[in-house]
Design a protein around this ligand. Structure first.
Ligand SMILES: Cc1cc2nc3c(=O)[nH]c(=O)nc-3n(C[C@H](O)[C@H](O)[C@H](O)COP(=O)(O)O)c2cc1C
Length: 370
């Protein structure tokens, strides 16, 4: 078994998979369930100085594993969190020996009001979201919270805010870590039978999350990690152990899960942790720390871009199952795989685009020197 436990901002996380803010951690009881489900650390849904007035309906599944949502922040008034929900969450964190992160938003006044109350309550880490913060006010908002509390603060970045690498560079002097990304949007789905959106927001818009945003989240983590030495929590589309490995390779120190927990229940945290462990074991790593930043360091300064065609697809005939999928997707008429026949590559037609390699279900195609 590989070591999954990791120390971030002075706290020991039992494994690197924690909840990301959402309905999955919308109450103390749900946070306790995340602990029982095997999360390596805990996080509470974002609260603000007033309860959110949320449109209804506000969540819809998109594809198998994604969501669109128009939730804002917690619909519970902050006093309910301070009088009841945080107590339940803190008790669960103590029982399971897990760090607990509280999430708050949004403007400087909100943060300055809520931050010190959290610190007094015994919360040891704060995440604040920039989701609804004016671009001109990002640094002043972060610096207000910085001056109001002495515990570590993490900036949760939203992809619609712009260049997250640049934002991380601007916020770096005021914060102790970053989380990225929040859900992306606004986006739209239309029920064409009813000619209506499944969501109750003004124009029916929602914010997308789940595997559809994972490539955006990975790029964001890579760009933020290039700008800072501080820990980055990778969030966006994590559903399985391999996703955790990808985020760590891009430079993440922890990984947050929201959509997969909403759709599959709190047992998903522990399941993803076991899968991460299995991957590390199978690849001969003893500690998750060994894979951290492997891609970040390799690609930090970019790679040489090859525009000449120096490679071609090659078929491993022992693996090809004659499914002819590669022929269907080849836009250059370079792959010939008539029904029930092993695929064959026309080397002179192949432009080394790489698509067939990613499409073959049997790993029978690879790019090799021409
Ligand atoms: C229904 C829903 C509610 C969310 N609420 C919050 C929130 O209150 N605060 C926040 O920072 N992020 C919120 N998020 C964003 C998630 O924490 C996460 O950043 C994003 O969904 C991407 O991760 P995922 O693909 O694992 O869901 C919410 C996401 C969803 C789907």
């Amino acid at each position: 078994m590989a070591n999954l436990s990791t120390r971030v901002l002075g706290k020991v996380f039992k494994n690197p998979i924690i909840p990301a803010a959402g309905p999955n951690v919308g109450s103390g009881t749900l946070i306790a369930k995340a602990a029982e489900g095997g999360a390596g650390g805990l996080l509470a849904k974002t609260i603000s100085t007033r309860a959110a007035q949320v449109p209804h309906p506000n969540m819809v599944r998109f594809g198998k594993d994604n969501l669109l949502n128009t939730e804002l922040w917690s619909e519970l008034p902050p006093q309910e969190w301070f009088e009841r929900e945080y107590d339940i969450a803190i008790a669960a964190a103590r029982k399971h020996q897990l760090p607990l992160i509280a999430s708050i938003g949004y403007d400087a006044d909100d943060l300055v009001e809520l931050g010190p109350k959290l610190e007094q309550k015994g919360i040891e880490l704060i995440e604040f979201s920039i989701h609804y913060v004016d671009a001109q006010r990002l640094t002043s908002t972060a610096s207000s919270l910085r001056n109001a509390v002495s515990i570590p603060i993490i900036a949760k970045l939203s992809p619609h805010a712009g260049d997250l690498g640049e934002i991380a560079r601007l916020l770096d002097p005021y914060v102790d870590g970053f989380a990225c990304i929040n859900s992306f949007g606004p986006t739209l789905l239309i029920d064409i039978e009813k000619i209506q959106s499944p969501l109750g927001s003004q124009y029916g818009y929602g914010w997308i999350s789940g595997p559809a945003v994972k490539p955006l989240a990975l790029r964001s983590v890579f760009e933020v990690a290039r700008e800072t030495e501080k820990p980055v929590i990778g969030v966006g589309g994590v559903t399985r152990g391999e996703d955790v490995i990808e985020f760590f390779m891009a430079g993440a120190s922890l990984v947050g899960v929201c959509t997969a927990a909403v759709l599959n229940g709190p047992g998903i945290y522990g399941k993803i942790a076991s899968e991460t462990d299995r991957w590390l074991d199978a690849h001969g790593y003893q500690d998750i720390a060994e894979i951290k930043g492997l891609y970040l360091e390799k690609y930090r300064n970019g790679q040489r871009v090859v525009t000449e065609i120096v490679q071609t697809a090659r078929v491993d005939e022992t693996r090809c199952k004659a499914c002819s999928l590669c022929e269907k997707v080849c836009q250059y008429d370079a792959l010939h795989a008539p029904s029930k026949q092993i695929a064959h590559v026309d080397v002179n037609a192949c432009v080394s685009c790489g698509l067939c390699v990613s499409v073959c279900p049997f790993g029978a195609l690879a790019l090799r020197p021409r």
